[in-house]
Design a protein around this ligand. Structure first.
Ligand code: 3PG
Length: 394
């Protein structure tokens, strides 16, 4: 159920779960992307005459009231983005929260203090969920990026109040469905990042579903090593060689073509502008570090992208934070964005580092959809259930 199914909102109070777990430095928000993502839902509810009570977590205070983890610094940037005042309540349940809401007119916005200041939040405690539910008439979950947590404000509340997916949650689920649920084939995946060990479930799920899977970043070295390539001094999880071979075999059986590096960019250290070179796989020296995919690898990847209708991307292809080792990621990102812009490819990306890498390549606006979710995006790519989403379906 989406917000369009929520009727007669005038005069009602909507408890809206947002993800305001934003980057902060010295008590100031340094990236307001997640605040912007929440605006369509907040505005839609205000226009319908509802009072909006925002529920969110910040960081991991583990049930304690940690002053440096207050949501108060979010008030000012949110007021600027909304062009309206936002009232802050010092607690997310009880008299403090009730008084702030009673003092707010229809169409007004209240931000409630960090739900994780209460132990009941992460325990998904029934009494805590009930105390939250007392504050509102309906529950709107607009926090896809927290939907992998079965907490009171993401899961429990949805079982008590009439529950709806907010605008950002709806957009996110539609994009993810288009990428992996019911995608237009052929589908290509790009998975990068440092370690295979953090992405095992994800790789196993993807080889069963995709037509092509490009593996990049440090994790590709483990696959190369498993194929007998000497990766020199590169990051490599040698103990996972058997697992890498199993994944390669699984891909072969399921008809998923694995695109592993056929050439690499190496250097003797990780420093901006350091001397570097392109190497064939049989030319890697003992003290070489593989820091990016080579041009031939990128050419193969972009060719496969051109043959595909859908792309799902998680993780950079090289050490993109340290130029020139951003070249492969930049080139692949630009190609994906060009194909998406011209309607030839549905290009969906997500997961912490991925957003930073696509931002660095300057292509976020041209991708079909870039998720702001980290852990939730990965768990969804792993094929795991997301309790916050399932509770909205029940
Ligand atoms: C995130 O930033 O990915 C979400 O807000 C979830 O945060 P958590 O990992 O602390 O639950």
């Amino acid at each position: 159920r989406t917000l369009d199914d929520a009727k007669d909102l005038s005069g009602k109070t909507a408890l809206v779960r947002v993800d305001f777990n934003v980057p902060m430095e010295n008590g100031a928000v340094t990236d307001d992307t997640r605040l912007r993502v929440a605006l369509p839902t907040i505005n839609k509810l205000r226009e319908a005459g509802a009072k909006v009570a925002l529920l969110a977590h910040f960081d991991r205070p583990k049930g304690e009231r940690v002053p440096s983890m207050s949501l108060k610094p979010v008030v000012e940037p949110l007021e600027i983005l909304l062009g309206a005042p936002v009232r802050f309540a010092d607690d997310c349940i009880g008299d403090e929260a009730k008084a702030a809401l009673a003092d707010t007119d229809a169409g007004g916005v209240v931000l409630l203090e960090n739900v994780r200041f209460h132990k009941g939040e992460e325990k998904n405690d029934a009494d805590f969920a009930k105390a939250l539910a007392e504050l509102g008439d309906i529950f709107v979950n607009d926090a896809f990026s927290a939907a992998h947590r079965a907490h009171a404000s993401t899961e429990g509340l949805a079982r008590i109040l009439p529950a709806f997916a907010g605008e950002s949650m709806r957009r996110e689920l539609e994009a993810l469905d288009a990428a992996l649920g019911t995608p237009v084939k052929p589908v290509i995946g790009i998975v990068g990042g440092a370690k295979v060990s953090t992405k095992l479930d994800l790789l196993k799920n993807l080889v069963a579903k995709l037509d092509y899977l490009a593996i990049g970043g440090g994790m590709a070295n483990t696959f190369l090593h498993a194929q007998g390539v000497d990766v020199g001094g590169s990051l490599c999880e040698k103990d996972l060689a058997d697992t890498a071979r199993e994944i390669m075999e699984e891909a072969r059986q399921k008809g998923c073509e694995l695109l592993l590096p056929v050439d690499v960019v190496v250097a003797k250290g990780v420093k901006p502008g350091i001397e570097h070179g392109v190497r064939a796989l049989d030319r890697i020296a003992a003290d070489d570090l593989i820091l990016d995919a080579g041009p031939e690898t990128v050419a193969r990847l972009t060719r496969a992208m051109g043959l595909s209708k859908t792309l799902i991307w998680n993780g950079p292809l090289g050490v993109f934070e340290v130029p020139p080792f951003d070249a492969a990621t930049n080139a692949a990102a630009k190609e994906a964005a060009n194909l998406a812009k011209t309607g030839k490819l549905t290009a969906v990306a997500g997961g912490g580092d991925t957003v930073a890498a696509l931002n660095h390549a300057g292509v976020v606006a041209d991708m079909t959809f870039v998720s702001t979710a980290g852990g939730a995006f990965l768990e969804w790519m792993e094929g795991k259930p997301l309790p916050g989403v399932d509770a909205l379906r029940a």
